[in-house]
Structure formats: C-alpha cells, structure tokens
Design a protein around this ligand. Structure first.
Ligand code: ADP
Length: 860
C-alpha cells in the first residue's frame, strides 16, 4: 500500500454513539409481561374502561424503567467500546509509525514535534529525541528549501495531502540525500500540523544513474567501430552492439538470445576464449575472422558471491593497423638501407622532442666515427660556420612557417680537423593536421669542390668585372680626352668648309667631317654601353613635358627624313599625361635611336612615332612608344639578336648602312634600367615596329606649357615642316676659357647670325650678365677663378629678386656621369658636350629662340 494511502486510513477517528432499540437478549425479559398486561388491559376495556386504562398505564409504567435501564446500559457499553477502539487504533498507529521503514516527521509551527526512528536514522542519528524541537526545514537541502516551504503552506485540511516527489534532504552530518516525500495534513494534540513521510532513495537514484550510464555506454559503443558483446553463463548472447558488427555482416542485437555455439561455430578460438573468461580470467587475444583481425578484451562479471555470471567483451578490428605497421616496418627498413647505402649524410629531426638523428655518413663527411659525435642539435649548431648559422636558421624557419615548400641551402660545416666543408642541405618537414611541423628529414651533400670552383669562378668574374670597370673608366676618360681634340678637328673642318674651296677640297673635307662624326658617335655608344655594363649608368629623373620632349626629339631628325623624301609623323594620344617624371635625356636617346634607325632602314614611305597610355595609375602611367617604318624589315630569325651589342642583320663588310650595331643594345639596356622593355615586330621587306614600354610617374593636375606649334595629338609630318635656318637672332654670352674653343664657338654662332659676347671665367659672366641683356648663356663648366656651377648659382640667386629666368646651357668636355646631374642641380637649363655638335647646338638655340621671343627689352 502506498504510504499516503496508508496514512489516510491510519488516522484514528472516534465514531459518534448511535441510538437504536436493539439490546442484549436478556433485557427483553420484561417485555412479555408488559405485552400480557396491555392485552389484558385491552380485553378488560369493555367493562370498565377507566380500570382498563389504569391497568394499561400501570403496565406501561412497569415497562418504562426497564426500557430506560436498558437504554442507559447500552449507551455506556457502546461508549466504552468506542473508547477502547480509539485507544487500540492509536496504539496501532503508534506501532505502525514506530515500525515504519519510512521516515515520518510531524511538524507544527515549523518545529519537529514528533519523529519516528526511521526518520531519525535517514537523517543520520539513532536518537529521534535529538531532533525534537528542531526546525524541520533545516533538514531540507538549501537548493529546494524555498520550493518545499511554499508547497507546505498549501498542505492543510482543506487542500489535502501533497506528494512533493523527489527532493533533497540534508543529513545531520551535512551529507545530501535523495528522498521521496509526501506531506499530509495532521492534527497534533488537536492543533493543525503537517506530517512528512519520506524515504531515502539515494541508492535507488544511484542505481538508476548507473543504469542510465551503462545505457549511454552501450549507445556510445553502438556508434563506434567496435564490437561490444556479453554472454551469460549458459553461453547465450545477451548483448551485441557496435559498428564493428557490420564487418561481420551482423546487425546490432541480431545475435542476442542465440547461443555462442551456434553463432561462432566456425571460429573455435572464440569459443575457447569465452570458456576461459567464464572460468574467471580477464585477458585479451587477437582473433582472425574472415579478412579481419579482432583484438578482443574479455572480462568476466561476477555476482555478489564471486560467481562469474557473464562475460563482457570488446573487439576492435586491427587488420588495418597491422597492415600500417607492416608498411612502417618496410619503410623503416628502406630508410635504414638508404641511410647505410647513401653517399649523402642524412638527418632526421623530431620537432616535438627536439631529438635528432645524424646518419653515420653525415658524421663521416665531417671526419667523425658514428660514436664520436652525439645525436644532438647542439652538435650541429656547434659545427655550422658562425657566419652561416643565422642564415641557415632563418632558412629553416622559413620552411617551418610554410614560407618555402622545401628547405634547401648551402653552408659550411666544420670538420674534425678544423677545416670547413661546404654542404648542400635539403629537407622537408612533415606536418600535423594543424599545419605544425612534427618532423623534418633531409640530406647533406658535400659540395665543397663545386663551391671552390664557384668561388674561383666568382673571383675570376670579380676580377674581370674590376677589369671591365677599369676599362669603362679608361674609356670614359679616354673619350673625354679624345672628344676635346675632336672638338677642334670638327670645328675647324666646319670653318674651312665655309670658306671658298675647290670641289675636290670640299669633297675631301666632307669625308673628313663625316668620318670624324662617325668616330664621335661610335665613341659615345661605346662609352654608354661600357657604363651600363659596369653598372654605372644611373638615371636622373626630372619632371618634363612628354609631348614636347617627344616632338623635339623627332624634330631633330626631320631634316634627314626630308632629305630621304620620307614622311615623319608624330602622334601623341590626347589622354597621354602632359607632365611626367623620368629621365628625359635617356628617353630622348631611345626615341632618337629608334627613329634614326627607322629613317636609316627606310627608303620609301613613312616613319611614324606614336605615344599612348598602356596603364594609368593614380600617380604613374605605363607609356607605350611605337616607332613604325615602311622600310626593309627584319627577318624573324634575326629579330632577337639585334638587341645584342655589335650585332647587325646585314653583317657584311659591304653593307649599305652605317652603324656600330650598339644602338639597340644600349636602348634595350636603358629600357630595362627604366623598368620597361624594348621589342620589335617586323617582317622582312614589310617594315618594322619597335615598341618601348616603361612606367613613368605622373604629376596629377599640372599641365605642361603648350608649345606654340604643339601637335596636340594630331598627326603631323614634321619632315615637311622643316624650315630653312634663320630664326630670331639671339644675344648669346659665351663663357669659355680656352682660346681655340672660344674662336670655334664664336665663329659657329656668328655664322648662324647670332650676337655673341665672350667671358673667360665665372666672374666675367656675372659682370656681363648684370650689365647687359642676353637671351642665352653658353657656359663652360670648367673655368678658372669661378667655374660655371658657381656662376650659374649666383645668377639664379639674383634672379630670385628679379623673377626673370635667363636660359643657361652648360658646355662640358666631361662625358662622365654626375656632371649633367650637377648642371641641372645648380639651375642650368640644358647641357651640350664638347665637341659641339652643330645640329644639337642649333636645336638648343631654336628652343630658346622660341622661348625668348618676343625679344626682351634691351638692358643698358
Ligand atoms: P646600328 O643601327 O648601328 O647597326 P643598332 O643596334 O641600332 O645598330 O641596330 C642593329 C641592327 O638592327 C641594325 O644593323 C639593323 O640590321 C637592324 N635594325 C635596327 N632597326 C631597324 C629597322 N628599323 N629596320 C630594319 N632593320 C633594323
């Protein structure tokens, strides 16, 4: 019977006494005489009714005391019986409460007023008295105290009992226990109270938890690639779970209820093992089943008296592991063979433990026996050349951090005798799933001999380069030395040619002039190339007008084009930037070379120069220059080699066209230096197009000054626009200390119709420029007392006040790098080298004639 139901009946309730006329049999003894009296009375009524009535009344009076007596006796007896029943019931209740295995606590006004022995024992004491008077809720676990208190308020006569259910109590020693509680309203000494009936279900809970845990275990096992099974004493399967069953063609639970002797009939080893385990032994064994190898752990399960009641087992298929182990053994064997038989030293580093293995050959390469050198990374570090260690470690780190796919580097290792050997170290790491290196294996190849050969080669190369640099120095110096006398030779020839000559004399002198010019041009080319090859060619960036620079360059060749009857067109695309920053002189050199070649190798038709923007960035643009001609073209197989020095398509000594074969080689290298490239598209007999593409910085927002005759993107034939000489005559101040040069330049300029004044040092230049007005100064750089740089700097300083700008063109015999830069830095506008090239001089004069017109007001 549930305890709550029991409680409902156990409550003793006294019965209310009832009045009825049944009484013990002997009390009815007075009734027959009474009845006889009444009947006698009634029969006598006829005679004398008054007497009869008296008889009846007297009879009735005779019966009444008897009845009353009986009634009294009955009441007393029943009350006694009821009280006795009550006493007995109370006694029974007390006994039941005392003996009840459930804890029963009566509490009133929050205090324990009654408690049975079981409750005391559940709460952790043998004496119930100890707990009397204590607060009942002290024994409720704090975490459910509030909830229970709330619910107990509702337990009263009106609302009835409340099965509180599973709750937590606290024992006297503070230990929590699980209890199942019911609260019942109760009357204690006539006052309302609550009776708590509870039992300790801690153990049941634990058993349930254990059951749930074992169910969870089975459920986990059912998803694992294992076989979990249990067999009872009779050899019947009581459990079979796990994904491993699939391999055997079985479903989970399929064999439950079947005998092991039926299921495993074909695998006697399993039967033996189960027998062994039922005998009480726990062990593991590998059982081959079909193509699988199940490693199985058998474990006997015993009852309380130690008898084996079942065998539990877990089996895992280890066939793949066996295979992998086999493969590992094979590869280990291979590795050992490789270690023994390899001429390279092998190393194997464990990144996790920092352990390292050096093969005997590794050590032998350094002159050690295997046992002479410990397998420790410190040993390796100790032997690496101090100069190489940081580099090698950096290389290793790069590989370990996935920057490089392979580790490969060359460095020196110290041998036993103290000398160094060069090794080529190669290796690769093995990574874990998170990409961390677990291990790194590699080899060392002795490359000492190759390294020596390389070093010898490098020394030879360095020496050759030194020699080459010395050669370029020499060439540069020599060209300077040669240019000065050439200046005289060319100038004088020009002067003599202006005098009256016989046709023969004129022809001879023309030839001499031509030869001198060729010599000079060859000299310039050799100088440029040697400078580039010696790595001494530097670019000098400046901001310039792209359109003007291209047009000016092409215009200088217009005369030659016209002489050959060729059309010479320039087309700068309208979206090309106006101002660009780059090296304007080297750009000019490339364009004039390409255009010069185009004119040289074209007899009919036209030469076109185009400029377009290939790529436009925020502050830079890749410009594409195209020089096309309708000339002889270049056979495909020779297109590559024309960019090599001294290579020409027509190499015969009887070639029709002049040239050293250096121009394109220089241009190609200059293009590379500018971060660009040069290439050709051509077909023999059908003309050529040379392309030059390079990046230039662009200056956003600034517009280049538009020259008067700017072509502004339109195609124009510059050859047709060539005008006869004789622009506005200029007033030119020539600063030159050398008398021969003075004469030469004086005559040249005068012949061109310009007014010339001479100054032989910087001081004189300053004096003349302050007292007179000039359109241009041609300034020699090297002069006594005050050189051209100083004089220019002083003029520019004074111009800061006047706000004017007098063009100054440097004339220098120095073809070396640095001079041009210096000239531009101190504020010179242009640069001419000696010997003066008449065409270049004219171009410069034309440029400044255009800028100075209208002629400035004379300064007196
Ligand atoms: P050079 O012109 O002094 O011989 P370059 O290096 O400028 O030397 O040119 C090398 C060779 O490339 C030339 O000799 C010529 O054979 C060929 N070449 C260059 N430009 C052209 C062109 N526009 N048309 C045909 N051939 C050319």
């Amino acid at each position: 019977m549930p305890i709550s139901a029991w409680m409902a009946t156990a409550q003793p309730r006294p019965k209310a006494p009832r009045w009825h006329i049944l009484s013990p049999w002997w009390s009815w003894i007075t009734v027959p005489p009474a009845v006889v009296s009444i009947l006698t009375g009634l029969s006598l009524m006829g005679r004398d009714q008054r007497e009869s009535l008296l008889v009846v009344v007297s009879c009735m009076l005779g019966i009444a005391p008897v009845v009353l007596f009986h009634l009294y006796r009955r009441d007393t007896r029943e009350r006694n019986q009821t009280e006795k029943a009550l006493r007995e019931s109370e006694e029974r209740y007390r006994r039941v409460v005392e003996l009840s295995p459930n804890g029963i606590v009566v509490y009133q006004n929050g205090r324990i007023v009654d408690i049975n022995a079981s409750a005391a024992s559940i709460l952790g004491t043998t004496s119930p008295k100890e707990l009397l008077g204590k607060a009942a809720l002290d024994f409720v676990h704090p975490e459910c105290r509030f909830a229970i208190e709330e619910r107990l308020r509702g337990v009263n006569e009106r609302l009835g009992a409340d099965p509180l259910g599973e709750e937590k109590f606290l024992r006297l020693d503070g230990h929590p226990i699980d209890v199942d509680v019911t609260a019942v309203p109760f009357l204690h000494q006539g006052e309302p109270a609550v009776q708590l009936i509870f039992r300790d279900i801690t153990r049941r809970r634990r058993t349930q938890d254990a059951l749930r845990a074992s169910e969870a275990l089975v459920s986990v096992a059912s998803n694992l690639p294992i076989v979990l099974f249990a067999v009872d004493r009779a050899g019947v399967f009581i459990l079979s779970e796990g994904q491993g069953l699939n391999a055997l063609g079985l479903q989970p639970g399929q064999v439950v209820g079947q005998s092991i002797f039926d299921v495993c009939r074909n695998v006697p080893q399993i039967l033996d093992n189960i027998r062994r385990a039922l005998g009480g032994e726990a062990f593991s064994a590998t059982v081959p089943v079909g193509g699988f190898a199940f490693e199985t752990w058998y474990s006997p399960l015993r009852d309380a008296s130690g008898n084996v009641i079942q065998v539990t087992g877990v089996a895992v298929d280890i066939a793949r592991r066996i295979q992998a182990e086999q493969q590992l053994r094979t590869s280990e064997e291979r590795w050992h063979l490789a270690v023994r038989g390899n001429n390279d030293g092998l190393w194997d580093w464990n990144a996790r433990t920092d352990e390292v293995f050096f093969s005997p050959r590794w050590k032998q390469m350094l002159g050690y026996q295997d046992q002479e050198l410990e397998n420790r990374t410190e040993e390796w570090e100790r032997h690496v050349h101090p100069e190489d260690l940081a580099r090698v470690q950096a290389e290793l780190q790069k590989h370990l951090s996935h920057e490089t796919d392979f580790y490969a580097t060359e460095y020196r290792l110290r041998t036993k005798d103290g000398s160094y050997k060069w090794v080529l170290a190669r290796g690769q790491a093995l990574w874990d799933e998170k990409g961390r290196a677990v291990r790194m294996v590699g080899s060392h190849t002795d490359v000492t001999e190759r390294k020596w050969a390389e070093e010898a080669l490098k020394r030879a190369k360095d020496q050759a380069e030194m020699a080459s640099r010395a050669k370029s120095e020499f060439l540069a110096n020599m060209s300077h030395e040669i240019r000065t006398p050439m200046n005289g030779v060319l100038g004088m020839i020009e002067l003599v040619l202006e005098t009256e000559l016989s046709p023969d004399q004129k022809e001879y002198l023309d030839t001499a002039k031509h030869s001198a010019r060729s010599l000079l041009s060859l000299l310039n080319d050799i100088l440029d190339l040697s400078k580039i090859e010696a790595g001494r060619m530097e670019l000098l960036p400046a901001t310039f007008s792209l359109r003007q620079s291209v047009e000016d360059t092409v215009r200088m060749l217009a005369v030659t084009a016209r002489q050959k009857g060729l059309e010479l067109n320039v087309q700068v695309e309208p979206d090309a930037p106006e101002l660009v920053t780059g090296d304007p002189l080297r750009l000019r050199q490339i364009i004039s070379n390409l255009v010069g070649n185009a004119i040289k190798f074209t007899d009919h038709g036209c030469v076109t120069v185009g400029v377009k923007v290939e790529e436009q960035g925020a502050a830079n643009a890749t410009l594409h220059f195209l020089v096309s001609d309708t000339g002889i073209g270049i056979p495909e197989e020779k297109q590559a080699w024309i960019f090599e020095p001294f290579r020409q398509v027509d190499g015969s000594t009887t070639r029709r066209h002049e040239g050293s074969g250096l121009g394109l080689a220089i241009c190609a290298r200059l293009a590379e230096l500018m971060g660009g490239r040069l290439w050709v598209e051509s077909r023999a007999g059908q003309g050529s197009t040379f392309h030059f593409m390079a990046p230039f910085e662009t200056t956003a927002g600034e517009k280049a000054p538009q020259p008067d005759d700017s072509l502004d993107g339109r195609v124009s034939n510059l050859a047709a626009a060539v005008r006869p000489d004789g622009e506005t005559p200029l007033r030119i101040l020539v600063a030159e200390d050398n008398i021969v040069n003075q004469n030469l330049i004086l005559n040249l300029l005068k012949r061109e119709g310009h007014t010339v004044e001479l100054a032989s040092n910087g001081r004189e230049v300053l004096a003349a420029s302050q007292s007179k007005s000039f359109d241009l100064i041609l300034m020699d750089v090297q002069m006594p007392q005050m050189d051209g740089f100083e004089a220019t700097a002083a003029i520019r300083e004074s111009e800061k006040v006047s706000g004017r700008h007098l063009p100054i063109v440097a004339i220098t015999a120095h073809a070396m790098q640095g001079h041009r830069e210096q000239c531009i830095q101190v504020g010179m506008d242009d640069y001419l080298t000696k010997p003066i090239d008449l065409a270049k001089l004219r171009a410069v004069l034309r440029k400044y004639a255009r800028r100075s017109s209208p002629a400035p007001v004379a300064h007196t």
